[in-house]
Design a binder for this molecule. Structure first.
Ligand code: F0G
Length: 362
């Protein structure tokens, strides 16, 4: 396959290689959501749907670069801790590159679609009796001992690939409207995307592609049960305090120790952004809102829209703003959450008359 110049690799000039281990990834839709825009009450609203990547999440953008680096280094065992999506992407890209992959998952806290992907792409899956942060501690130990090559977002090459989310949003938004968005709202777990987008903006400003005052306000959203970044922003703290106890149905962002916080906190502050926590109920409601516009996302992704709604209601976001919400993973990643949010099918007898009667037709 030759995917040079395609998707993520269209931005090779901003990446460490000309091409990577590619499926290919990137070039995701920037959906219009007119009813949701009207309902939330902002000037413009677009949804960058990263669930449309090959394994169904933005992680593919990082892996195409990160696994290429691993290939270059000649390492033989790739590893990550994961709330699910990173493991699915690593398994797929590792398989593509012909490398062995090891993933550590928090037992019982990973959505079914993600474990299924990691298993079928032939990762060795270890379920740890602990949360994601514990898994990452262990993988870092393994990496420090030279046993594995770490492909969590602590790996800077992952974030190089994820910068392209920012490049695509800005380019397409300007093509459509002649200006950049005022704000980008995104779910925050380890704050890898927050850091990657900030780096993308700084590079564009340095290259003279964007004025400093045009940089969108980075606005992070966490689930209320796992909101250490929000706590730090609200308290004006220089460091994020690790939460040992975390809980949310948005299992992708069930994270208490955002390892990229040192890069992400300045990103949020220097762009004039903020961070906000949302309830699981608000996340589910936003998942339904997006689904009603035809955009199917997993719970963590819907947090961005829930956060925007809350900030708009609080008056933190103005009615005249142009906003892009990032949705990070596909609906099918977490079928159980989708069933719960969507409601049960209705049983009906096996005849046309029974169906007609059931739907209340004459
Ligand atoms: N949304 C989804 C769907 C995710 O899977 C993740 C992270 C995030 C948001 C948070 O992104 O770390 O850049 O702030 N998932 C990781 C994983 C932790 O293991 O799949 P971030």
């Amino acid at each position: 396959d030759d995917f040079s110049g395609v998707g993520v690799w269209r931005y090779a000039a901003a990446l460490p290689f000309e091409e990577g281990v590619s499926l290919p990834e990137g070039h995701t839709p920037l959906h219009e959501v007119p009813r949701l825009r009207e309902d939330i009450g902002v000037n413009r609203l677009r949804v960058k749907h990263e669930g449309m990547n090959p394994t169904g999440s933005f992680k593919d953008r990082g892996m195409t670069v990160g696994v290429r680096v691993a290939e270059e280094l000649g390492v033989d065992r790739l590893a990550c801790a994961s709330t699910g999506n990173t493991s699915a992407a690593l398994a797929a890209y590792g398989a593509r590159g012909g490398m062995e992959t090891l993933v550590l998952l928090p037992a019982g806290k990973v959505a079914a679609g993600k474990v299924a992907q990691a298993a079928l792409h032939d990762a060795r899956i270890l379920e740890v009796d602990g949360n994601f942060d514990d898994c990452l501690d262990i993988v870092q130990d393994l990496a420090n001992r030279g046993e594995v090559y770490l492909l969590n977002s602590l790996n800077p090459f992952r974030l190089e690939g994820q910068k392209t989310i920012g490049f695509e949003i800005l380019e397409e938004f300007r093509d459509d409207y002649g200006r950049f968005p005022d704000r980008i709202v995104l779910p925050v777990g380890n704050a890898g995307n927050t850091s990657a987008l900030f780096k993308a903006f700084r590079e564009l400003v340095a290259a003279g592609e964007m004025d400093a005052d045009e940089v969108p306000a980075l606005t992070g959203v966490q689930a209320a049960g796992a909101a250490p970044m929000v706590e730090a922003i609200e308290n004006g703290a220089d460091e994020v305090r690790r939460w040992d106890e975390v809980e949310t149905r948005a299992t992708a962002i069930r994270i208490g120790n955002p390892v990229n916080a040192p890069k992400a906190l300045p990103g949020i502050r220097q762009t004039g952004g903020t961070a906000v926590a949302v309830s699981d109920e608000a996340i589910t409601e936003a998942q339904r809102d997006l689904a009603r516009e035809g955009v199917g996302v997993e719970p963590a992704s819907a947090a961005s829209v829930a956060g925007l709604r809350k900030l708009r209601e609080q008056g933190v976001v103005d009615a005249d703003e142009d906003v892009v919400c990032l949705t990070t993973g596909h609906l099918l990643k977490d079928p159980d959450a989708a069933y719960e949010a969507g409601g049960d099918p209705e049983p009906v007898a096996n005849s046309t008359d029974a169906v007609l009667e059931h739907i209340g037709a004459e």
